[in-house]
Design a protein around this ligand. Sequence first.
Ligand SMILES: [Zn+2]
Length: 311
Amino acid sequence: MATKILTKSKMGVDQVEPALTPPTAGPTLPKKPQLGASSSRKREIPDGLWIKCPACSAMIFDKELDANLKICSKCGHHFPIGSRERVHSLVETCSFEEMDAEMASVDVLGFKGVATYKSKLDAYRKSTTLKDAVVTGIAKIGTHRVALGVMDFGFLGGSMGSVVGEKLTRLIERGTEGHLPVIIISTSGGARMYEGMFSLMQMAKTSAALAYHAQARLPYISVLTHPTTAGVMASYASLGDLILAEPKAMIGFAGPRVIKDTTQAELPPGFQTAEFLLDHGLIDAIVPRKEMKDQLVKYLDYVTGGQKATA
Ligand SMILES: [Zn+2]
């Protein structure tokens, strides 16, 4: 035992890794001791294996988190979930027919800031393997055929540019033509500043498409997830016949500081949470992620008058 420790210290290797991951059972293998020293040690720990829950500080194994629909098993905190995982959690197996999968944003304004819009798009396409911040398609939920749109906060903060607006508008129009209910799961920081006015126009376009859908007396269910704010909240996300939200989701238009400065009033605690908005009548129900599919089926049964989808 003594010899072992002596050998290690001679080689200049620290015995214990910092407590970023729970300690492994076996001894750590010496890795290039002379290079980099302490600053490089952090990088030797595989990234993303353990995630700390921001609500209860529990360390959760990432595979366990994935298997649990990105919900903390200790306290029920809802982590952000990707659009494809969300689609998978809601629809019947192999029933999702994606629409406009190849539609991609272009840098129409030649936007240059700290980083160019083009470089941002390239980076997010690479990191998320998505083309933009929404996935749309026709799917079956329970026995109901629905037009389903799911946003992804991981792509440029779920911001709404021309592609997000156009894909959702086409989805809603397809719903109207096919007499299908529309369900949109939102998460967004708002309109995409890199596209300026082109982003803001999407608010009117999606709202108008929903008006035609409503005229055809078809149901639209809007699901708000953490966070849903600004231009998205001010357009299609708040237009649902039924508005649902995930627990503790942050929902609002402007940030608390802007509201406080504008109104010069003290804001009540938690005023932009799903729970507060349920109490004040803006949303109809809070539905935990794990119950979302079953609840959507129940609501669809109800709003379609119990008629089974024929297609
Ligand atoms: Zn937790």
